[in-house]
Design a protein around this ligand. Structure first.
Ligand code: UDP
Length: 480
């Protein structure tokens, strides 16, 4: 008889360890709460910097007290505390010495943990966590916070290069179909590859780093994806050929809402895991607007535009027939923090009757507001899922990384939006915004239909709900 089996003596102890980025924390803290709801002991590891921000802008400590055994712990992200961490700081600073620092702290925490750790769920981008877990004999699951399709493209880059389909030979080459990503042969063009593939030097260190991390993550005991079978099954079955045990348990924000509602009823309390201060004044403004009359514009937590790009987007919106709610972070425009905001505020002054601007919005609430009829988005994976669940059609203006893949899938595979990729032209912006908001082309209906299907996946008996139950049981029964 296994005397120390968590199923018999104590609840399983799971450590969840995201990358120190908004989009990664968002989905992983939702999974943490889902496992806490199942009665697990949970340790959520955040960087010191992000922990401070969560304490400042949210009720994180008070909120998670409701789960006995839920512990928030901090770990270094390798940088000094006064580093500004703005824009794309993570990839810019990701180097061996920093990784070693984090790995060492993580290893010490795992060794000294009491109770012992039964399972680690680490960001799929943290290959070193796999090494530590393997060394210490702890089961490890990789959590991929971006879409399975972008994961699969990253995984296939080595084959794309071998087949001579990369590097891209110039702008005239951008619409060429890529034939070496199994399952995506009919729609993936050069311009839809992750942005890093555009570098003339395909052996560039960023590309190699991402390929290496992606391939390494298949060495974990299992992989979790924030998606559903219904959205991504053709590609999930391709990924299963590299890592047999996959849990598609998303969209996690919908999954947690469904389970909280089942437990506490309609008026359940929800944790908003934001690293910035939300400006809720946009909600009373939205309340005054007619149904589906406003387009919500937000490019996530990292994207920075040039002034010229912003001007084009701005005038496109202005010339369209639609009102807009625009998120402009202080570091949204390339240049010094704050400069961009002043610049946008100047533009805003000129168009007070047409739009509303905030530094940071309560995005899930906004997307579910009846006044919002469209989303001009950078196609970040969390934003895309939030839009799908709310049934809001998208105009995609992808910026970097996996976003190029996702915007293509939104427009061509799921047909719930338009892809403006590589264009920042006020006329095109105006046309696409009007197509979504005024003419309400067929993808508006497809969006509503898809929302119904995806919301079903997280309800009892739905595919993602079943997969989450399977994950919970596999951890509990030590089946990893
Ligand atoms: N978000 C938010 N308020 C904003 C803009 C974004 O709460 O004003 C949240 C959004 O709901 C999403 C996350 O920030 O969950 C951004 O993640 P995503 O994967 O879309 O993009 P990233 O920031 O990683 O590029």
């Amino acid at each position: 008889m296994e005397m120390d089996s968590p199923s018999q003596c104590r609840p399983p102890h799971v450590v969840i360890f995201p990358l120190p980025l908004q989009g990664h924390i968002n989905s992983m803290i939702k999974l943490a709460e889902l496992l806490a709801l199942a009665g697990f002991k949970l340790t959520f590891l955040n960087s010191h910097h992000n922990h401070e921000r969560l304490i400042k802008f949210t009720n994180i400590v008070a909120y998670f007290k409701r789960y006995p055994g839920f512990e928030l712990k901090t770990i270094t992200d390798g940088l000094p505390l006064d580093h500004p961490r703005s824009g794309n700081w993570f990839l810019e600073t990701y180097e061996e010495a920093i990784v070693m620092k984090i790995k060492q702290s993580f290893r010490e925490m795992m060794i000294n943990s009491n109770p012992p750790v039964d399972c680690v769920i680490a960001d799929g981008f943290s290959g070193y966590a796999i090494d530590v877990a393997n060394e210490l004999g702890i089961p490890i699951i990789g959590f991929r916070t971006s879409s399975p399709r972008s994961f699969w493209v990253y995984y296939s880059i080595t084959d794309i290069i071998k087949a001579g389909e990369l590097p891209i030979r110039g702008s005239e080459d951008m619409d060429r179909l890529i034939t070496t990503v199994p399952g995506m042969e009919t729609y993936l063009r050069c311009r839809d590859l992750p942005s890093f593939c555009r570098k003339p030097d395909i052996e560039d260190s960023t590309v190699q780093l991402i390929v290496k991390q992606t391939r390494k993550s298949t060495q974990a005991d299992a992989l979790i994806f924030n998606t559903t079978d219904e959205l991504d099954e053709p590609i999930l079955s391709q990924i299963r050929t590299k890592c047999a045990n996959i849990y598609p348990i998303g969209p996690l924000h919908a999954q947690i809402n469904t389970r909280l509602k089942a437990k506490h009823g309609e008026s359940f309390d929800q944790f908003s895991n934001t690293l910035r201060e939300e400006d809720k004044s946009c909600i009373p403004w939205l309340d005054k607007q007619p149904n589906r009359s406003v387009i919500y514009v937000s490019f996530g937590s990292i994207t920075s535009t040039s002034r010229d790009q912003l001007v084009e987007l701005w005038y496109g919106l202005l010339n369209s027939k639609t009102k807009f709610l625009f998120v402009v972070r202080p570091d949204s425009v390339i240049g010094k923090d704050g400069e961009g905001e002043d610049f946008v505020k100047e533009l805003m002054e000129k168009s007070k009757d047409r739009g509303y601007i905030v530094d940071w919005a309560p995005q899930e609430v906004v997307l579910n507001h009846q006044a919002v009829g469209g989303f001009l988005t950078h196609s970040g994976w969390n934003s895309t899922l939030e839009s799908i669940v709310a049934g809001v059609p998208m105009v995609c203006w992808p910026y970097f990384a996996d976003q190029q893949v996702t915007s293509r899938v939104v427009s061509t595979v799921w047909k719930i939006g338009l892809d403006m990729k590589d264009v920042s032209d006020r006329k095109i912006v105006e046309k696409m915004v009007n197509d979504v908001m005024v003419d309400q082309k067929e993808f508006v209906n497809s969006g509503t239909d898809m929302a119904k299907v995806i919301n079903q996946c997280v309800s009892i008996g739905g595919s993602s709900s079943n997969n989450l139950d399977r994950l919970i049981e596999d951890i509990r029964m030590k089946r990893l």
